[in-house]
Structures are given as structure tokens and as C-alpha cells.
Design a protein around this ligand. Structure first.
Ligand code: HEM
Length: 201
């Protein structure tokens, strides 16, 4: 999404660099060293962009549950013990009924209030991490991982699609896969950006 929206990529990079007090001659190590609870908490636009990406491309695109007892839902619909009930996070993330007319647009701003702070949303509406008693226990951890990785990557490199005309197709599995992968080119934002390889397992 940041390759398709270079203005948003730039905005995230600026936020990361400002939050971590980075200068043009700083190195990627200095950026990584400056990622603390305090600096990460200033990256509200990054959180909004990650949330918006997961709304449109949820890592778990569909999910199902087995009813443990008979029940009647608030809208009057009845289910029986043993029924399987599925929900489609990918579809729900695109419903105008839920998100409004611009549901299919990638717009991180929809998550920010007038002070630029991320607004909380019901996990039953943004169903990406599931909801209720069996909500993902790793949600906060996942956000931390995504933020740290994106901040180092986008603060240090400009990403472009290797093939601007490539259409990403998906393989529906338990988790969302891009069919054949998606190749991007990374060029350093500043002279001291060292190899990314050392940040990879
Ligand atoms: C973007 C990253 C992630 C997404 C989108 C995600 C999404 C989900 C979803 C949808 C479920 C519900 C599965 C179900 O209904 O059976 C779930 C459950 C779970 N997740 Fe995650 N997850 C993510 C990352 C993580 C991480 C990093 C951890 C651990 C550090 C984690 C640990 C768990 C566990 C233990 C459960 C089972 C909770 C339970 O059944 O009580 N997840 N996750």
C-alpha cells in the first residue's frame, strides 16, 4: 500500500524521523536505537496506516466458530448447538455498510481524531484480530512488531514496486498470502543506511 501511495509512505517516513530525532547523516542503527516506548507512541500516523492496511488486507481473511449452545442473536437470527458460523474479515473490511462510501479507499486518516491521535474502534467492527473472549492474545505484540519493522524500514528506505503494473493476487489460506510474492526495490533515504540484511533473521 505504501508503494501505491508514495505520499503516505513519505508522511510515515517523516513522522518516524521526527519522532526519533533523526538527522540526514544518521545511520539505520541510530534509528533502531531510538525506537523506545516514548518515540513509538509518537508514531500515530504509522499506527493508523498499519490499521488501515489490516482493514483492507487482514492477515486472517476468514475464520469460523462452532456454536457451543443454541442461541438467538440480537437481530433475531437463531443458531443451533454444533452449527458452524463463519465471518469474512476481508469482505467486512470493504463493506460500505460498515465503513462508509470510501470503504475501498486506503485512507489512514480515518483512524485519527482531530488531534492526530489514533481512535479506538470496536474489535467486532475491525475484526482483524477476532473479538470477544478469544481475541488474539498477541495483538499488542503484533502492533509492536509491525511498528518497529516498518519504522526501521520506512525511516531508512524508499520502497517502490519493482513492476509498477504488477497486480497483487492473493491465495486464500488460513493466513493471507500474495500469490508469487511482491517484489519491491529499496533505495536508501540517507547516505548512512547500511544493509537491511542484518535486521533479517
Ligand atoms: C498481524 C498479526 C496477527 C493477526 C492478524 C492475528 C490474528 C488472530 C486471530 C484472527 C485470532 C483468532 C483465531 C481463532 O478465532 O481461532 C488469533 C488468535 C491468537 N493469536 Fe493472533 N494474530 C496476529 C499476531 C499474533 C502474535 C504476534 C501472537 C503471539 C505473540 C499471536 C497469538 C495468538 C494466540 C495465542 C491466539 C489464540 C487465542 C485464543 O484462542 O484464546 N497472534 N490471532
Amino acid at each position: 500500500m505504501v508503494c501505491k501511495h508514495p505520499d503516505i509512505q513519505e508522511k510515515i517516513a517523516q513522522e518516524v524521523r521526527e519522532a526519533t530525532n533523526l538527522k540526514d547523516n544518521s545511520s539505520i542503527d541510530e534509528l533502531a536505537d531510538n525506537l523506545t516506548e516514548e518515540t513509538l507512541s509518537k508514531m500515530q500516523y504509522l499506527v493508523a496506516a498499519l490499521t488501515e492496511t489490516s482493514r483492507l488486507y487482514p492477515a486472517v481473511p476468514l475464520n469460523a466458530k462452532v456454536c457451543s449452545s443454541d442461541d438467538t442473536w440480537p437481530d433475531g437470527f437463531s443458531v443451533k448447538k454444533g452449527d458452524i458460523v463463519g465471518y469474512h474479515a476481508y469482505g467486512m473490511g470493504r463493506m460500505k455498510y460498515i465503513w462508509g462510501d470510501d470503504a475501498e479507499e486506503f485512507r489512514p486518516e480515518r483512524w485519527l481524531d482531530e488531534n492526530g491521535l489514533v481512535q479506538q474502534e470496536s474489535s467486532f467492527k475491525l475484526i482483524v484480530f477476532s473479538a470477544g473472549p478469544r481475541i488474539c492474545v498477541g495483538k499488542e505484540f503484533a502492533y509492536r512488531e509491525m511498528m518497529i519493522f516498518s519504522a526501521v524500514l520506512l525511516g531508512s528506505y524508499i520502497l517502490k514496486l519493482r513492476d509498477e503494473n504488477k497486480v497483487a493476487n492473493y491465495r486464500t489460506k488460513f493466513t493471507h498470502h500474495i500469490d508469487g510474492g511482491l517484489y519491491v526495490q529499496a533505495s536508501p533515504r540517507f547516505a548512512n543506511a547500511s544493509s537491511l540484511r542484518r535486521y533479517m533473521p
